[in-house]
Every structure is written in C-alpha cells, then in structure tokens.
Ligand binder design. Structure first.
Ligand code: HEC
Length: 100
C-alpha cells in the first residue's frame, strides 16, 4: 500500500511541469498566430475572444491541453491547440502571463 502511494506521488510529480523554466522568447514567437484573435499584447479587441495578458500560465496550459484533447470544445481553439507541443503551450502561456 505504501509502495503504491509512493508510486502514484512519483507519477503526479513527473506530470507536473515547471513554468518557471519556460522560454518566454520562444513563446512570443509562437504567439504571433494567436495575436489575430487575442491581440498583439494579449488584449483582445473582439468581445468573443478572451484576453490572455496576465492570465495564469498554469491555467492557460491546462486549457490548451483540454482544447487539444477535446475535453474543452471550441472549433477555433481546438484547431489552434492541435499543432502545439506541451513545450509550446508552456512557452506561449508564460509569454501571455508575462504581459500586463
Ligand atoms: C481565430 C481566433 C483565435 C486564434 C487565432 C486563437 N484563439 Fe485562443 N481563443 C479563441 C476563442 C474564440 C476562445 C474562447 C473559446 C471558448 O469560448 O471556449 C479562445 C480561448 C483561448 C484560451 C482559453 C482562455 C480562457 O480564459 O479560458 C487560451 C488559453 C487561448 N485561447 C490561447 C490561444 C493561443 C495560445 C493561441 C495561439 C497559438 C490562440 N489562442 C489563438 C480564439 C482564437
């Protein structure tokens, strides 16, 4: 029982990611495609599109993964999240989180 518990803690720990290790410059490059809807500075000009500037990085990574997996459904964002690797998601989220 104790072994099982230790094993599951190890699995959970390996699944968590380190946002502080994110590459904001790489994220900014990736974010060019997001700007059309979410705004060049992460502030959207269109009411339907959410602001991403200053949003929590962990939350955005979670949403991007959910769009990609189909857990969260939006035809536009699912298409946007599809080509992103986990590293891209972490970087792009860190970039938007760094904006005011
Ligand atoms: C064609 C327009 C469009 C583009 C391009 C786009 N998005 Fe989105 N995004 C949306 C819409 C619309 C929503 C709201 C979806 C919903 O209602 O569930 C959204 C939602 C999101 C959310 C969730 C926000 C929240 O508050 O829950 C994140 C994170 C996000 N987009 C990131 C990105 C990233 C990163 C890119 C670039 C790789 C990108 N988006 C490109 C339209 C777009």
């Amino acid at each position: 029982m104790k072994t099982l518990l230790t094993a599951s803690i190890a699995v959970i720990a390996s699944l968590s990611f380190n946002v502080s290790a994110a590459d904001i410059a790489a994220g900014k490059a990736k974010a060019a495609t997001c700007a059309a809807c979410h705004g060049a500075n992460g502030i959207s000009a269109i009411p339907m599109y959410p602001n991403l500037a200053g949003q929590k990085a962990e939350y955005m990574v979670k949403q991007l993964k959910a769009f990609k997996s189909g857990e969260r459904k939006d035809p536009v964002m699912t298409a946007m999240a599809m080509p992103l690797s986990e590293e891209d998601m972490i970087n792009v989220s860190a970039y938007f989180a760094s904006l005011k």
